[in-house]
Design a binder for this molecule. Structure first.
Ligand code: NDP
Length: 323
């Protein structure tokens, strides 16, 4: 089969397209022929060596496709079934071995590109709202990178819950998308960001900040958080937050900071399918409109990484193995 490989740690140029052996299913795995493969920020952290990985390896964790064969212990999925997943290493390929427990059947009405490029972000948005924090109707939250993949979905799911959403963005295009997703206030980054958030909240700040940008925004996130509020630091698009003195949380307002990861909120098949079920339902009933912002051939994965890291993307990014 054809696949992308990370040949060594480094920039997008270390991504090589070529032929590799087909995957062989373990007893509890299915082999899926991919139709759409998701590109996520974590793929770039692993490629750069920021998170541990050992080249050469096939990158990617997310996609959609059709089950073409299964290991002997798999009883829950059938050949020909359409599934999506976001925890199967080696997804930048024409075929992927996916643990059956991690594969989610895709309902009719959710297309391959949407499922294959947004399940990871959709499940993340779901657990950020119902796991890491629990904002309820009438609360106001701050979402950084409101025009990005997670940001657009998180905004729409928060609006479904009656939450007021303030977002940050870096461009007019992203501002327009964030407003379309339902953001009530859209701000640009800057040293006075926290002051502007306080202006919008009667001086109190917000009870929850969702920060996937990291190094560049963390200080403003803390300063924008209300007494007894929480900063949910869920990513590092601008780089990791430097070591931090916990004592600072005391005078800042008895604040909490959490640094969650999706795997811990989808650890059982039951929790994975519950979150995926609610996410797909929100797509089907029109509450969430997933913007597939960029499409590339599988062979052009390096261009996808370049654009994602250059802040040049909006919404989700998909690789198409069949082009
Ligand atoms: P996005 O589509 O949101 O892209 C990242 C965005 O971050 C950019 O578009 C940009 O928006 C903003 N940004 C700000 N500063 C920088 C910078 N220096 N370099 C690059 N981007 C910057 O990505 P995703 O939706 O894929 O992911 C969003 C975040 O969520 C990432 O940090 C990712 O790691 C994290 N994540 C965490 C998970 C978890 O479970 N912990 C799971 C999934 C994702 P703008 O130009 O408007 O500032």
């Amino acid at each position: 089969m054809r696949a992308i490989q990370v040949t060594r740690h480094g920039g997008p140029d270390v991504l090589a397209f070529g032929n590799v052996d087909d995957p062989i299913p373990a007893a509890d795995e299915v082999i899926v022929a991919t139709t759409a493969v998701g590109v996520n920020f974590i793929d770039t952290y692993l490629r750069r060596g920021l998170y541990p990985s050992t080249p050469p390896y096939i990158p990617g964790t997310e996609g959609t496709g059709v089950v073409v064969s299964r290991g002997p212990d798999v009883t829950t999925l059938q050949e020909g079934q359409r599934v999506a997943w976001c925890a199967a290493p080696g997804s930048y390929a024409e075929k992927v071995a996916v643990p059956a427990a991690k594969a989610v059947p895709v309902p009719d009405g959710v297309d391959d590109e949407v499922a294959g490029s947004s399940l990871l972000r959709g499940l993340t948005a779901h657990y950020l709202l119902d796991g890491s924090a629990h904002p309820t109707a009438g609360d106001t939250v701050l979402v950084h990178a409101g025009g990005g993949g997670v940001g657009l979905i998180l905004t729409q799911l928060a609006k479904m819950r009656g939450v007021t959403v303030i977002t940050t963005v870096s461009s007019d295009e992203k501002e327009a998308l964030s407003r379309e997703a339902g953001a009530d206030h859209v701000l640009r980054y800057g040293d006075d960001l926290a002051a502007r958030v306080r202006d919008l909240t009667g001086g109190h700040g917000v009870p929850v900040v969702y920060d996937g940008v990291g190094a560049d925004t963390f200080e403003q996130s803390l300063a924008a958080t209300a007494v007894r509020g929480i900063v949910v630091l869920f990513g590092a698009a601008s780089g990791p937050v430097p070591p931090f003195d916990l004592q600072r949380l005391n005078p800042a307002g008895s604040l909490s900071v959490t640094r969650p990861t999706l795997a811990h909120f989808t650890a059982t098949t039951e929790e994975l399918r519950w979150r995926a079920g609610e996410y797909f339902e929100a797509i089907l009933d029109g509450s969430v409109d997933v913007r597939v912002g960029q499409r590339y051939r599988l062979a052009d994965a390096a261009a996808a990484h370049t654009d994602l890291e250059a802040r040049a993307t909006t919404g989700t990014t998909v690789l198409l193995p069949t082009d």
